[in-house]
Design a protein around this ligand. Structure first.
Ligand code: NCD
Ligand code: ZN
Length: 343
């Protein structure tokens, strides 16, 4: 196949940052995707509908004038989020849920939740109003091996949560393990999972190929090959429970190439090309459209997009840097990608 035309996809897990960095990265996502669910881990975090609406405005202002990209927001859940915020979120068409960051799990998660029981009244209200909970599914217990944190989160937190709130709609974000895939698969239709390009294409060896590779470091961290294969199988299975969420998370080069580098892979400029590569390797290009363009919209109860995008088989070299104000290193920098989004 030389050309592949599909319904324009959406990105259901995206970090766009703020200020000048937002202005630099937002057009890259708008070029590829019609809509995105934008994460609230700014500093300070976006915890209220009012803050989300102001952030949404800043995102729209950061886009080219002719862009029709639609940003949706997720609100950052804290232990002091009031139940009334759930009602407000349920009534706001621009807000698609609340993001649960276990405190300390990842970038800007300090304001996150330490003890899930403390937010049970808020979760109960989300269940009642059908508001989606987007979950960063890792325990933060330093005793737990970093490669086991997703599996242990599912056992310790997620399964009990689902038992207690059986009608809660939730997305296990950036699933990275066979255990995560199995959890989503066996759960009712109210539960879904997003998958990133890096977890479909790479295993943890990529972190140490000939030396330490900070641009392949994200959270949850890349796992063993057996897990990658389970993720790819889930993505290409045709199951409506799995959909595209890049988790593109830009950090300036100096913050990544450091003695204590930040977590996050910046994939926005070539995300769809990377997914196409993963699906092609699994001989499943015919399943890409549903994964990228249908399942997420269906889960969120939104209309599918009507326009299309076209990918061409035209190998190109990913630039070393995606520069302007900030020096950003994209995933796959300096290497070749087979597919190219047209134009
Ligand atoms: C994200 C970021 O930098 O905001 N980093 C990452 O490694 N994925 C935070 C997150 O989603 O965990
Ligand atoms: Zn993320």
């Amino acid at each position: 196949m030389q050309r592949l035309t599909l319904t324009r996809p959406d990105d259901w897990h995206l970090h766009l940052r703020d200020g000048e960095l937002l202005r630099q990265v937002a057009p890259a996502s708008a070029r590829q995707f019609a809509r995105a669910l934008v994460m609230p881990n700014l500093s300070p975090p976006v915890t209220t509908v009012d803050q989300a609406l102001a952030y949404r405005r800043r995102i729209l202002d950061a886009l080219p004038a002719d862009s029709d990209f639609i940003p949706f927001l997720s609100l950052y859940l804290t232990e002091s989020t009031p139940v009334s915020e759930v009602t407000r979120a349920a009534a706001c068409p621009h807000v698609l849920g609340f993001k649960l960051y276990p405190a300390g799990a990842t970038t800007h998660s300090e304001a996150g939740v330490r003890t899930l029981e403390r937010i049970y009244p808020v979760i109960e209200a989300m269940e009642r109003h059908g508001v989606v909970l987007q979950i960063h599914g890792e325990v933060t217990d330093p005793e737990i091996d970093i490669f086991d944190r997703e599996k242990v989160f599912i056992e310790r937190e997620l399964i009990p949560l689902c038992r207690r709130f059986p009608a809660l709609r939730l997305v296990l974000e950036h699933v990275t393990t066979r255990d995560g895939v199995q959890f989503v698969r066996e759960a009712p239709a109210t539960v879904a999972g997003t998958l990133t390009p890096q977890h479909l294409l790479y295993n943890r060896n990529a972190l140490f190929a000939g030396g330490i590779r900070p641009h392949y470091y994200c959270l949850p961290v890349l796992k063993r090959e057996t897990h990658r294969q389970a993720l790819l199988q889930a993505a290409t299975s045709g199951s409506p429970k799995f959909f595209l969420g890049t988790d593109s998370a830009p950090h300036p080069r100096a913050a990544k190439e450091s003695a204590c580098g930040c977590a996050g892979c910046f994939s926005a400029p070539l995300a769809l090309e990377l997914y196409a590569e993963a699906f092609e390797r699994a001989d499943a290009l015919d399943r890409l459209e549903a994964f990228a363009s249908f399942h997420g919209a269906d889960f969120y109860g939104l209309p599918r997009n009507r326009d299309t995008v076209t990918l061409e088989r035209a190998p190109w070299r990913v630039p070393e840097t995606f520069g302007a104000e900030f020096d950003l290193v994209p995933l796959r920098a300096g290497e070749t990608v087979t597919w190219r989004l047209h134009p």
